[in-house]
Design a protein around this ligand. Structure first.
Ligand code: SF4
Ligand code: SF4
Length: 444
């Protein structure tokens, strides 16, 4: 077994709370009676509705078409009647159009025997067009349309495809369960992604805290005699971030070494599974695996849920709350966003729903910097968060930009380690939006 890799500078090793759900098989969430489906669930242009109120839709039918190349199709998660096409507020405060579907009638896919589609003899461009047609986007949280990412492979083939099974955010275990429960599908999805991108090599990167998944994948790779590599990386945050992962594999001087200047494409395990379903079963992206966890939840779980399901209903599937939560986070606790509206829908971007108690989320006064320097030492990008935040607080955004604000990946490590409880990440996000910096979603 090879050594465990990691990045050298910064990062944090928080309590991960994964044992709440890592042993629990993925269960099916209830089918929503009403699904509210936002038309912006990806980075890029919102999709444009192709249905109107009163229309009947089938399960998996196209309800909004991608608007241009960097956009993604959206499909109906349930069969039924379109009740509304209107504006909605997204959990992050942004506005977009949404299609509301009242569930009724027969399901075309669920519970039916489907025909497996052969893909071996199909060319890469046709496979990528199918991935686009099925609305597959990156399921790690950024939502970059996968066909756009993979299309670069058609101009210049990728040297390596990295399958990211790190899932470094605390609490989240959906991808861990996918690797354990669907290893054949993930291996086949990787073969499809490799064909589309033209990648010569495939490297699985899995965190050391998923040693059972490492064993299963190694066994499957050997069983199929595939020329795939598998590396274990340290369970450290934000190890799964794409630039850091690339850097770690480039720095490594063993067999896994990926030389600088070579082209790598990274897809996380959930995305690879969606690519598999899109190509092999012609299945649109109408549901996804998420983790519902946190001390305030009665029965933390891993569930497969339909896009458009209200998050309050998903918490009810898990027995509801033990006590009124102090904060609900959509995504992981580092990169996720706080939500206050339990009627907000699950989207393709939702990796988890975490409900924390009031005690866990109690905040401190935010003017008590003790100059300990921990935030500086924790930053994987070598920034000085305490200085940046002081500049932002005083409206000196241009100076903050000159000090590297634009390089901030909003990973939240600095806020996590701050003993004074200063909400550094909130200030950094505010400063970045004032300076109209590109977000991490804007990066490929
Ligand atoms: S949030 Fe920004 S400043 Fe803070 S540790 Fe992460 S990259 Fe560095
Ligand atoms: S970690 Fe917090 S208290 Fe320490 S220097 Fe940074 S901002 Fe100040």
């Amino acid at each position: 077994m090879s050594r465990t890799l990691t990045f050298a500078r910064g990062g944090v090793e928080p309590l991960d709370f994964k044992s709440l759900t890592s042993h629990l098989p993925i269960a099916n969430a209830h089918i929503p009676a009403v699904a509210v489906v936002p038309l912006l669930q990806h980075s890029g242009a919102p999709a444009v509705a192709v249905v109107s109120p009163g229309d009947r839709v089938r399960e998996g039918m196209l309800i909004a078409r991608a608007d241009g190349f960097r956009s993604a199709n959206i499909h109906s998660p349930v069969p039924g009647l379109v009740r509304d096409v209107g504006d909605m507020t997204l959990p992050d405060g942004g506005r977009c159009r949404a299609v509301t579907v009242e569930c009724a009638g027969e399901f075309d896919r669920s519970g039916k025997i489907l025909n497996r589609q052969p893909w071996d003899g199909v060319d890469a461009a046709t496979l990528n067009a199918l991935v686009a047609e099925m609305g597959v986007v990156g399921l790690g949280g950024a939502g970059f349309p996968v066909h756009v990412k993979y299309a670069f492979g058609t101009d210049r083939p990728a040297d390596s495809l990295i399958v990211n099974g790190i899932e470094c955010e605390p609490y989240l275990t959906g991808e861990h369960r996918l690797m354990l429960e669907k290893p054949d599908e993930i291996i086949e999805g990787s073969c499809i992604a490799r064909k589309i991108t033209g990648a010569r090599g495939v490297v699985f990167a899995v965190a050391e805290n998923k040693i059972d998944a490492v064993a299963v994948l190694r066994e499957k790779i050997a069983e199929k005699s595939l020329p795939f590599d598998l590396v274990t990386v340290k369970a450290k945050f934000p190890q799964g971030e794409e630039d850091l992962l690339r850097h770690v594999l480039r720095e490594d001087r063993t067999a896994h070494h990926i030389p600088p200047g070579t082209k790598t494409i990274i897809s996380n395990v959930g995305t690879i599974f969606a690519v598999y379903e899109a190509v092999v079963w012609k299945k649109p992206l109408i549901e996804r695996v998420i983790t519902i966890s946190g001390s305030a939840v009665v029965r933390p779980s891993n569930v497969k849920a339909r896009i458009g399901t209200k998050i309050g209903e998903l918490f009810e599937d898990c027995g509801g709350f033990r006590e009124p939560p102090g904060r609900i986070v959509m995504g992981g606790p580092f990169l996720g966003a706080a939500v206050t509206d339990l009627d907000a829908p699950l989207t393709k971007l939702t990796t988890g729903l975490i409900a924390l108690t009031r005690r866990e989320t109690a905040s401190c006064a935010d003017d008590a910097c003790i100059r300990c320097g921990r935030c500086v030492r924790s930053c994987p990008w070598g920034l000085s968060p305490t200085i940046l935040v002081k500049l932002i607080k005083h409206g000196r955004t241009e100076e903050a930009v000159a000090g590297g604000l634009n390089d901030c990946e909003e990973c939240g490590c600095c806020a996590y380690v701050c003993p004074a409880g200063i909400p550094l990440l909130a200030y950094l996000r505010k400063g970045r939006s004032w300076g109209r910096m590109p977000t991490r979603d804007g990066a490929i």
